[in-house]
Design a protein around this ligand. Sequence first.
Ligand code: SAH
Length: 206
Amino acid sequence: MAFEKERELMVETQIKARNIKDKKVLEAMLKVPRHEFIPKQLLDEAYADYPLSIGNRQTISQPYIVALMTELLELNKDKIVLEIGTGSGYQAAILSKIAKKVTSIERIDKLSSRSRNILKKYKNIKQIKGDGTKGYAKGAPYDAIIVTAAAQEIPKALIDQLKEQGILVIPVGNQFYQKLLKIKKTKNRLIEKHVCDVRFVPLIEG
Ligand code: SAH
């Protein structure tokens, strides 16, 4: 099947069917060629309904989880986003279609350089090699922050670098399962919502 057709099917049966409604998210999932972010030997499975291995013991998330996390960030063309865990670069590419600017941090050298190369044509993405638990103060404050690896607790730097009224989406828990949290930063406190349970590779400090 042609990739474009596979994307249409993916959006209908995996994303819309599970109640993702934000038109900007659906549009981005239709447009971004997910297969370009996948190792060649897995091309047949590029649009399948599960995560895939991208090497270095890391994974590209299931399409539905990418769509869900993106929708939770409540983005539009005015928003500045920080992503922790570039991995394949696919999530960053989705964000870049909807937001004004995306900064994405990856701690593994090989994944950082590979994704930077694939993301070259996305002009509003800046890929950085580093430890995302520290955030990226130079680009702060952010309207939205997305963490695509499992944190044991919420890194304080990320809260500090979030704007007031900004949204942080992060899986928090142990190595086996995590709660996907949507956190809104208000003047006096953090408003936390448990969206669902998920399983991500660990966020590793340093
Ligand atoms: N968003 C990715 C999925 C990445 S999987 C995609 O669309 O493909 C999680 C990634 O987080 C892995 O690549 C892992 O190396 C990275 N990671 C783990 N700890 C990190 C840290 N402290 N800082 C930056 N990246 C980290």
